[in-house]
Design a protein around this ligand. Sequence first.
Ligand code: 6R9
Length: 629
Amino acid sequence: MRITSLADYQKTYELSVREPEKFWAGIANQFDWIKPFTKVLDWNFDDYSVKWFEDGQMNITANALDRHLKTIPDQAAIIYEPNEPGDEAITLTYRELHARVCKFSNVLKNQGVVKGDRVCIYMPMIPELAIAVLACARIGAIHSVVFGGFSAQSIADRINDSECKVVVTTDGAVRGNKTIPMKETVDDALVSCPSVEKVIVKTRTKTPVSMIGGRDLWWEQEENEATTDCPAEAMNAEDPLFILYTSGSTGKPKGVVHTCGGYMVYTAYTFANVFQYNPGEVFFCTADIGWITGHSYLVYGPLLNGAKSILFEGIPTYPDAGRFWDIIKRHSVNIFYTAPTAIRSLMGFGDEHIEGKDLSSLRVLGSVGEPLNEEAWHWYNDKVGHGNCPIVDTWWQTETGGLMISPIAGITPLKPAFATLPLPGVQPILVDENGKEITGNGVNGNLCIKYPWPSIIRTTYGDHERCKSTYFSTYPGLYFTGDGCMRDEDGYYRITGRVDDVMNISGHRIGTAEVENAINMHTGVIESAVVGYPHDIKGQGIYAYVICEHPTINDDLTRKDILATVTRVIGPIAKPDKIQFVTGLPKTRSGKIMRRILRKVAEGDTTNLGDTSTLLDPGVVDSIISGAL
Ligand code: 6R9
């Protein structure tokens, strides 16, 4: 499965384009199938539908767990590093993880969960989060993990969209020196979630919680009553594996659906190749399992490869900004995968936190989630990698399921701030505004993909039309990523950022419309417009222009109140960094907000605002500029 040289990469890439079905069938056949597939691919990007390995049957946990019981049962599978550095790390071997997953699968079954049911998982980064995810996969329930930082309202929206039957949570969570309620937040959400029949609560903080009779159950108690014998359900390759909600440019977050077979093949293949994973190595992905990176490269990709995967509960700055480096030393981490925002933030704390730390176990460094700027690239390379570790800057998305454009560690010649070249099976294409292909090198355009890969999004849950219109209608016949991209003279790809109304705040996707809706819920707010602006650490910050019904008496107090509303409606990650009160917004005669102007003002660059002649009231612009923060 592993590419061994640049020439091998080129040969493999060519094969993957010339004979994609043969190429992917060869990889897929290296997994355990309950019923082998005979059909490889069926696809249509015009009236969107994609099916991979359609008539095959398998179970992803049989491949991620059972398969390794024969060879490496006593090797670590998950290494849990708790929030408190003084607390003992807990290792779950493949045998132990298998047993725990089987047990919790039976817990779910005992509560009436059957294949196809949706289960919402709202948990902090503890081993039981991975166990709950895998248990769903084992019995064919569709997991919908909601990031532990989201609000009750966001949980409720996600539960209701996919009508989850069961919620799995904890009493509370610890992150740094904070204790955060979890069950209480779930309780608030469930006031408006009629589909939920049971809530299973794992103890973490011993925070007092209310347990509703007939609905709420303790994880530990249920586990005691369950056996460890649970065969893996035979799943059709195209049965849904999970739903993960992500922000788009309009409306509520959409439930991206991934299916069992293709997702298994692609995450395993990309993990093995991009990181050039060697058996026995320790892999540390710092992402939360609540995001796609945690799904694909903390849980599924590593376990499918029999890797040792670190699951870290805390934050990079607790007890100090040297925590990641201490973890790397403590567990002899070989491959470290994190986000640019974390790198920039740790850079900002000063080199005294990293100097003198033993990072000699490291072999490969990775980055994901947003552009890795050159300054951060060099710091990562020099201070963390000591110039010895290739940096894989991996571009991909929730919708792509796995890494798409990325160097292969130690094989692809690197260029700082470039995601470099497409992986085998990935056929990128740049197009102009009209969808015309931009050929040649040294060009810029909108990034699309013209051929399916095994873990491409299958649908948006409950609304296939939305999937079609979001991804396959802007440029007919192509999957549109929403990203702008340049291809340099060497044919190397550099992602330049979103070209739609999606912001990327510390590597988290947030739609401008979502934040606006939340702000507009605040009493006295008439209208708002939100844009992203360059932020030294977060990559992008959120800048909100707000029109209030009455002039504010105390701007700062109103700002704090609005932040409280946004936190309540979405969660703290969506809080604007700047709020400017305005009396009007720059709108065209047709009522459309000219965000281009608002972006310029937020960037602090008002020298060239472009054509403002189509504005209904050009005077608005001057007043916005004069009040800019
Ligand atoms: C995996 C993940 C996807 C968006 C994507 C792009 C940005 C991700 C990047 C990158 C530049 C990289 N993005 N990786 N931009 N360089 N290496 O992050 O998924 O949360 O869905 O975000 O993130 O804008 O479109 P997701």
